[in-house]
Design a protein around this ligand. Structure first.
Ligand SMILES: Cc1ncc(C[n+]2csc(CCOP(=O)(O)OP(=O)(O)O)c2C)c(N)n1
Length: 630
């Protein structure tokens, strides 16, 4: 069938299982081909083709609510809800979003990007449905990785207690991005190997019915017997104990099993958990064979071979530079322990893990826990390195405040993917961390201008023993600068003048430094002498340098690839005000007060007015034109 002609999922109702098999194959071919050009979350989507088709055939979306946890596996859902024609623009500027998006379709009832939110949202929807006396199914689809997130466990606790009608689909492929970890993963493993629980229960009931009943006594004995036999047959009946009817495990690529169990689940009162086993990357050999997580999300690839079409970049990847420098330092300092909340691959901690397996902890999708584990380690004079993406650190705000900063603990937080991240879009932009870190007492926040300074900053952070210290660094690669042989420490709170100038100063850090330098060169040609400062410490500020600049009434432009509200520019404004420089000429460039969607970083910067041309224009407005110098 022509996938481009699909308008909504109602067409599925009349299709036979054979026709659905054909459809699944077409969807797979389509995804493999389209994503080879755009990149995207190929592995997770190939794994849920039959599951998504079965759900859309069995339920009436959007009256029935299908919620996709994390949302990276919603491509099949997008195809079935009439968006196949937009896949050429997937994850591109103004194109189809890689995650559910309400503005795209009424079938996207819940927006995501971060994990483990679906069960709580489903609970809210179920409460609303019941209060409004409506009839509908609420069906969150959550992966075994996302289930390790604290919020999902909090939700299970609540849903099981309230006994709301809801069908939770547990999409278990044994993978998070990397192989899934944790005790819960082991529980699922036992369930997987224990066989079909519902079958065991039915068999037991049939057997017990054959025992001649002698009033209520035997009945209650039988119940007790059933309970104890349950443990005999199925170890760790975790979900039943939490108040869910557990169905499964079933083969998520088999329509007969899917329909039988979904239809059965619909009839059950109270919450149901349907345990569906799927294969990540199903139907595309390179992705199916992946055991480390390479095919979770990819850039473009050659369809026939599965080779990635990566541009040749010789500069080191930021994540690798940071993790490998920590690894080098860990050889001398046995107190260093690395912690990652489910991102060992993204954070490039494989090398550290292989050299120091006993000092490396993947804690699952558990950012709050990760932060407080780091805090606990620090209380014991250990040196925790918390490797975490800026966007996911948002989850651990109170742990930063209450556990780390308040106790002034020596935790080194490597804030990865800081700044705009591009194709993942709104939910993943790392633009809030400065605003939520810089107001915390005791916190040091810094960002290097290039990878050479980056390695010295890692060393600075590891040697620092006066409280928490954050090094933020961007997605992608360094600039390809020469690297010093030996590591240095950088004095805390010191900035660096990169270019002298008399008419105005640009204060910036990290990724925006090349733009500042280029603008300053262009401005020279227009007759402006512009100073450029590498404001590598966002907190504490280089107060001596600021006083010097403000003292001569130098117009200042601050630039940051982060939100303006509460950002670095705000810090400079506050400083000027608090130190009596009430007539200071300060202009701020940064991310305005709205969420930034997906697109390439350059397209996004252009959209928000953060280009060389914009800098030149803003300096022109700020500074009085001086006589052109010969
Ligand atoms: C709060 C949060 N932390 C980390 C991530 C990064 N992340 C995206 S998908 C994923 C793994 C999800 O695994 P699972 O739920 O099993 O889904 P699968 O990809 O295996 O289908 C992780 C860790 C995230 N999206 N949100």
């Amino acid at each position: 069938m022509d996938l481009l002609s699909i308008k909504d999922p109602t067409f599925l109702k009349g299709l036979s299982n054979e026709q659905l098999e054909e459809l699944a194959q077409e969807v797979r071919n389509f995804l493999i081909e389209k994503l080879s050009a755009t990149g995207g979350h190929i592995g997770p989507n190939l794994g849920v083709v039959e599951l998504t088709i079965a759900l859309h055939k069995s339920f009436d979306s959007p009256t029935d609510k299908l919620l996709w946890d994390v949302g990276h596996q919603s491509y099949v859902h997008k195809i079935l809800t009439g968006r196949a024609d937009q896949f050429d623009s997937l994850r591109q500027y103004k194109g189809l979003c890689g995650f559910p998006k309400m503005i795209e379709s009424p079938h996207d009832v819940w927006e995501t990007g971060h994990s483990s939110t679906s069960l709580s949202a489903a609970m809210g929807m179920a409460i609303a449905r019941d209060l409004k006396k409506e009839k509908s199914h609420v069906v969150p689809v959550i992966g075994d990785g996302a289930l390790t997130g604290g919020m999902a466990l909090e939700a299970l606790n609540h849903i099981g207690h309230e006994q709301k009608n809801m069908i939770v689909i547990l999409n278990d492929n044994e993978m998070s991005i990397a192989p899934n970890v944790g005790a819960l993963h082991n529980v699922l493993g036992r369930l997987r190997t224990a066989g079909k629980y519902q079958w065991v229960k039915d068999e037991l009931e049939a057997f017990l019915k054959k025992i001649p009943a002698v009033g209520g006594k035997i009945a209650s004995t039988a119940e007790r017997l059933k309970d104890s036999l349950k443990y005999l047959f199925v170890s760790g009946m975790f979900f039943e104990e939490l108040g869910f009817t557990y169905l499964g495990p079933i083969d998520g690529h088999n329509y007969d099993e899917l329909f039988e169990n979904i239809n059965y689940a619909k009839k059950i009162e109270g919450p149901v958990l349907l345990h569906v086993i799927t294969k990540k990357g199903k139907g595309y050999e390179p992705a199916e064979k992946d055991t480390v997580g390479t095919w979770h999300g990819t850039g473009p690839y050659k369809m026939e071979t599965g080779d990635f079409l990566k541009p040749v970049i010789t500069a080191p990847a930021w994540s690798k530079l940071v993790s490998e420098t920590v690894r080098e330092l860990a050889r001398e300092d046995e107190r260093i322990v690395a912690i990652t909340p489910a991102m060992p691959v993204g954070s490039k901690l494989e090398g550290f893990a292989s050299e120091f397996p006993e000092r490396m902890y993947d804690v699952g999708i558990a950012e709050q826990h990760a932060a407080t584990v780091a805090a606990g380690l620090a209380t014991q004079n250990m040196k925790p390195f918390l490797a975490i993406y800026s966007t996911f650190l948002q989850r651990a705000y109170d742990q930063l405040v209450h556990d780390i900063a308040r106790q002034n603990l020596n935790v080194f937080i490597g804030v990865d993917r800081a700044g705009l991240v591009g194709a993942d879009g709104e939910t993943h932009q790392g633009v809030f961390d400065i605003a939520f870190l810089r107001h915390l007492p005791n916190m040091v926040v810094m960002m290097p201008k290039d990878e050479n300074e980056g390695q010295h900053m890692v060393n600075t952070a590891v040697k620092y023993d006066d409280g928490p210290i954050v090094m933020r660094f961007p997605r992608g690669n360094g600039l390809g600068v020469p690297m010093d042989e030996s590591l240095k420490t950088i004095p805390i709170g010191t900035w660096e003048v990169l270019k002298e100038g008399r008419d105005a100063a640009i204060l910036t850090f990290g990724t925006t430094i090349p733009m500042a330098m280029e603008s300053a060169m262009l401005l020279e040609k227009q007759g402006y002498s512009v100073k450029v400062v590498n404001a590598r410490f966002i907190k504490p500020l280089d107060e001596a340098m600021l006083v010097e600049l403000l003292g001569v009434n130098m117009p200042i432009l601050t630039i940051e690839e982060a939100v303006l509200q509460g950002g670095f520019g705000s810090a400079v404004l506050e400083f000027a005000h608090d130190h009596g420089f009430h007539h200071a000429k300060i202009d701020r460039m940064g991310i305005p007060d709205h969420f930034i969607e997906h697109g390439s970083v350059n397209e996004l910067l252009k959209e928000i007015g953060m280009t060389t041309e914009n800098v030149v224009e803003r300096i022109n407005l700020l500074a009085e034109k001086k006589q052109k110098r010969a």
